[in-house]
Design a protein around this ligand. Structure first.
Ligand code: ADP
Ligand code: ZN
Length: 649
């Protein structure tokens, strides 16, 4: 936007950096030192006893007692000619301050010193002049009184700049007055947004919906002529990395209308009222440029249900911001041609008022991609990559269940980097597999110190998972097992989860049993268990609790759920059930888990020889795939046809 740029340039001018404050303070300190040094003239340091000797010799012309603690000695002209006083003669730095003392020293107690002084004078019949003086360091005092003010002002400026600067920072002092202005970035015909719908793979339904929005803005008459109203807003809902922002960017690229983009957290500021005024400013700008689109990413930052956590009481500001947003969305008529797009991955916590018709009346769900969509996403992100000939994209998309678009983009990039590190000319299948491993498991820890005994335990643990899941009908088919330490885990078994929408209790139980297979194997083989099963136990405990309290799958508790989709009781201060039920729930959970553990133990006892064989192969190869298992166990009876072709390693 033209005037936005202008203010940016203006803001740059003062080039004020917070470090200046420190600089100023340092300069002041230096100044105090220098001025106080110049202000008072000094003589050579001496001691009281030497002074009294000089005094007795009649060398002293004048004694000046300064600030009741220091004596400055002026010698007579004859004395100055004496050899011992040579060092006390100084060339003066600044002649203006008059004659400077030849010696000086601090005496302890004034009273004592005076007594001794008068005694010496009396005893030696001397008439040396003595005078008293209070010396003030004018400059030093002045600067010292100034210092606290300078400090306070400095700190204040620093804080103000912190508050108003935000992430962008770098503005000038004028920024303080711009704090209520919206921080939206504007994209329009002049700016080069290169994203188009071609860059968004999969997401057909969502794409269609946003395409319609683009159409609304381009040809509003087509819709309004039939009496329809153009929607005011649409909200994109989906897991992180599924391409919501990408979709919005594509809208910006395709619509060729001004596109204001900002994040929900941009409204949030420490000052009361700033959020609301930013919302007002944003809508004002958007209306001036209409037809236009406003995109608010992470809208949950302001759109959280109001009046929820009464505990903190600090949410008034966010509520004000949200109220202002609602008011603005109500306020503009259907003919203003401003459409608000928003994105969130926490639709469940959004305020219901936001979703009401007339505001974000369209909800566009952006799901994790399925196999086919993953393939399309791979195709998009493989475009710039030099692939090895015959790279099987179908295979890659099958190997990446549960990956989001962002993960896939990451895999492609990582694979290219891995291939480059190996000095290859093109990126091959193994590079992609390594990249997948790395993204799931973290960096391979080649130098992790692991004793042979530990390694054996890990091998049996993972072999236990593999064996149990092989034997159970509903457990997810295995992809591979490794005992290469990665990230924080020492080994892992990967499965190809079925993409299913409804889960039956048998499936859940089988999966729990497979998850317990690791610990069960340790028990069966070594007759002792270890901490290695922590993440397994965490997973199944959560799952068992969900079965009982969320999905109503437990006979004893019955067909009820304690799940609250409105999220009203997010912090769980009060449990929606009695103490007795709580006990029953705990009992059910531990019964379910115990039953599956016993089942896993039984399976492994009966297949102990195969388990051992598998663990040995694993110890030898470190990574095994499903055909290794097939060699040991024979064909898995439960596998569906199409899944069999997954592996070809
Ligand atoms: P979010 O849903 O969290 O806003 P983003 O839109 O920021 O996710 O996605 C992050 C990145 O992931 C994108 O920049 C893009 O590279 C990739 N990506 C995600 N989904 C897709 C998709 N459907 N097609 C192509 N790339 C995608
Ligand atoms: Zn395990």
């Amino acid at each position: 936007m033209a005037d936005d740029k202008k203010t940016n340039i203006n803001n740059k001018k003062p080039k004020f950096s917070p470090y200046w404050v420190y600089g100023i303070i340092i300069v002041i300190f230096l100044a105090i030192n220098v001025f106080s040094g110049l202000g008072s003239s000094t003589g050579s340091i001496t001691t009281p006893s030497e002074f009294f000797k000089y005094l007795q010799d009649g060398d002293v012309d004048k004694v000046q007692i300064v600030n009741r603690r220091e004596a400055k000695i002026y010698l007579t002209d004859e004395a100055l000619r004496k050899e011992i006083h040579k060092k006390a003669i100084k060339t003066q730095l600044l002649p203006i301050s008059g004659k400077s003392p030849n010696y000086q020293f601090e005496f302890g107690d004034l009273q004592n010193f005076e007594n001794q002084l008068s005694k010496t004078l009396r005893d030696n019949n001397l008439t040396t002049a003595i005078n008293y003086e209070t010396e003030q360091n004018v400059w030093g005092d002045f600067l010292l009184t100034l210092l606290p003010f300078v400090l306070i002002i400095g700190v204040w400026i620093f804080i103000m700049r912190r508050m108003s600067g935000g992430a962008g920072g770098g503005g000038g002092a004028g920024q303080i007055f711009n704090i209520g202005k919206s921080k939206a970035k504007l994209f329009d015909q002049n700016s080069d947004v290169k994203t188009s719908f071609k860059d968004v793979a999969g997401l057909e339904g969502a794409k269609e919906e946003v395409q319609e929005i683009v159409d609304f803005l381009k040809n509003p008459e087509k819709y309004t002529s039939l009496g329809g109203k153009i929607p005011k807003g649409a909200i994109l809902i989906g897991a992180p990395g599924t391409g919501k922002t990408l979709l919005a960017k594509a809208v910006a690229g395709e619509a060729k209308v001004p596109f204001f983009s900002l994040s929900g957290s941009d409204f949030v500021e420490m000052f009361v009222g700033v959020g609301a005024s930013r919302v007002r400013d944003l809508f004002k700008q958007a209306k001036e440029k209409s037809p236009s689109i406003i995109f608010i990413d992470e809208i949950d930052a302001i759109g959280r249900a109001r009046g929820r956590n009464a505990m903190s009481g600090s949410n008034d500001e966010r509520e004000n911001t949200l109220n202002q947003l609602l008011t603005e969305m109500d306020g503009f008529g259907t003919n203003t041609n401003v459409i608000v797009l928003a994105a969130t991955n926490r639709a469940d916590i959004l305020d219901k008022a936001l979703m009401r018709a007339g505001r974000f009346d369209r909800q566009i769900f952006v799901d994790l991609p399925d196999v086919r969509e993953r393939k399309e996403i791979f195709e998009v992100h493989l475009r710039p990559i030099k692939k090895a000939r015959g790279l099987d994209i179908d295979f890659l998309s099958k190997q990446t269940p549960g990956f989001s678009g962002a993960d896939i983009a990451n895999v492609c990039n990582e694979a290219a980097l891995i291939a480059a590190r190996k000095g290859k000319k093109s990126v091959g299948k193994q590079d992609f597999l390594d990249a997948v491993d790395r993204i799931i498991g973290g960096l391979e820890k080649k130098n992790k110190i692991i004793t042979p005994a530990e390694k054996k335990a890990v091998a049996f643990h993972e072999a236990g998972h593999a064996t149990v899941s092989w034997m159970l009908e509903h457990a997810a088919p295995l992809v591979k097992v490794t005992i290469v330490p990665r990230g924080r885990s020492l080994g892992s078994a990967w499965y190809l989860p079925e993409e299913r929408l409804i889960v039956h209790p048998e499936q859940m139980l089988d999966e729990m049993c497979a998850a317990l297979g690791g610990r069960a194997a340790e028990k069966v083989i070594f007759n002792k268990i270890s901490t290695g099963a922590l993440s397994d136990l965490e997973k199944i405990t959560k799952q068992a609790r969900a079965m009982v309290t969320v999905y109503g799958l437990s006979d004893k508790i019955g067909n009820l759920t304690y799940y609250d989709s409105s999220g009203q009781n997010e912090f769980g201060f009060t449990k929606p059930y009695s103490e007795k039920t709580a006990e029953l729930i705990d009992k059910e959970i531990s019964d379910i888990i115990e039953e599956q553990y016993q089942r896993a133990l039984k399976i492994l006892e009966t297949n102990k020889d195969k388990l051992t064989e598998l663990a040995e192969v694993l110890l030898d190869k470190e990574v095994i795939f499903r055909d290794n298992l097939e060699k040991i166990f024979g064909k898995r009876p439960f596998d569906k046809k199409d899944e069999d072709s997954t592996e070809e390693e």
